[in-house]
Design a protein around this ligand. Structure first.
Ligand SMILES: Nc1ncnc2c1ncn2[C@@H]1O[C@H](COP(=O)(O)OP(=O)(O)OP(=O)(O)O)[C@@H](O)[C@H]1O
Ligand SMILES: [Mg+2]
Length: 254
């Protein structure tokens, strides 16, 4: 990587700066720790373009990727970085094959994760068209997705699973409204649970939508059933008793 590029990234990406400091690596030589080279190049592109102004700190780190808070043109953004090295080609392909929106896309082991990021972007867009309360997709490049940030300057919105005790039954009805809209969008979320719902100002935000598939996809029924079962369990904890059939009927599943 060119030295001026390295210096620029070093300035703009706070966790990268921190990691290097901790390791006593302030010499600014190519560093392969926190982000691999391809990810750094993708950051470079989005930074130069102005989609991202600065990468501040991780909100969440997982085995498939990390989410960072950053700043962009209009304030805070959430930056989801999918890990390139651990991408499971077969696992991800199951959710891409059979989706007409990606029928003509050429996938390889090397590019599958980029398509995955693209798929999350597309799903966010398609959900929003139907008014589903998901983050607004802002931009994407390679394995990086930039979306609107849910939270404020002090903290990111909590996950539903972490604040279950403080929630009232009403939130269940709000989530059912989101489920209705998701169904109208003709997409099945596929990983819906208290782990992928943020709560902010008493409103649910549905996140983590990369795996969502159209209703006519071979996996759609199985995923729909799983989502319904999960939410029946969650609603029960909130004091709302309904079975899978009730819920399916309520959200319009025929
Ligand atoms: N737009 C956002 N605003 C604020 N926080 C977010 C946003 N998107 C994600 N997060 C935080 O980052 C965490 C991880 O995001 P997400 O669920 O999309 O990915 P993931 O769980 O790592 O994906 P996977 O389940 O495939 O590993 C979330 O649990 C949430 O805490
Ligand atoms: Mg998640």
């Amino acid at each position: 990587m060119r030295e001026d590029m390295e210096d620029y990234l070093y300035e703009k990406i706070a966790p990268y700066r921190k990691e290097r400091k901790e390791k006593g690596m302030e010499d600014r030589k190519t560093y392969q720790g926190i982000f691999d080279k391809r990810t750094l190049l993708a950051f470079y592109k989005l930074l130069k373009k102005g989609t991202i102004d600065e990468v501040e700190f991780p909100i969440s780190t997982g085995k498939e990727g990390d989410v960072f808070r950053g700043t962009g043109k209009d304030g805070y953004v959430a930056i989801k970085v999918y890990r390139i090295t651990t991408a499971n080609y077969k696992g991800l392909s199951r959710f891409i094959d059979g989706d007409d929106r990606f029928a003509h896309i050429h996938k390889t082991k090397d590019t599958i994760i980029f398509i995955w990021a693209q798929k999350e972007f597309r799903n966010l867009r398609d959900f929003r068209k139907y008014g589903v309360n998901v983050p607004e997709p802002i931009d994407k490049w390679k394995n990086i997705l930039v979306m609107s940030y849910v939270g404020d300057e002090n903290r990111a919105a909590p996950l539903m699973k972490d604040i279950m005790e403080s929630l009232k039954k009403d939130i269940a009805y709000e989530i059912i409204e989101e489920m209705k809209k998701m169904y109208k969008a003709k997409l099945v979320h596929g990983d819906l649970s208290e782990y992928n719902i943020l709560i902010w100002n008493d409103k649910p935000y549905i996140i983590d939508v990369a795996q969502a598939v159209p209703l006519d996809h071979p996996l759609a029924d199985e995923l729909m059933l799983r989502d319904l079962k999960n939410m029946v369990r969650v609603f029960k904890k909130l004091g709302l008793e309904m079975d899978v059939r009730d819920l399916a009927k309520e959200i319009g599943v025929s």
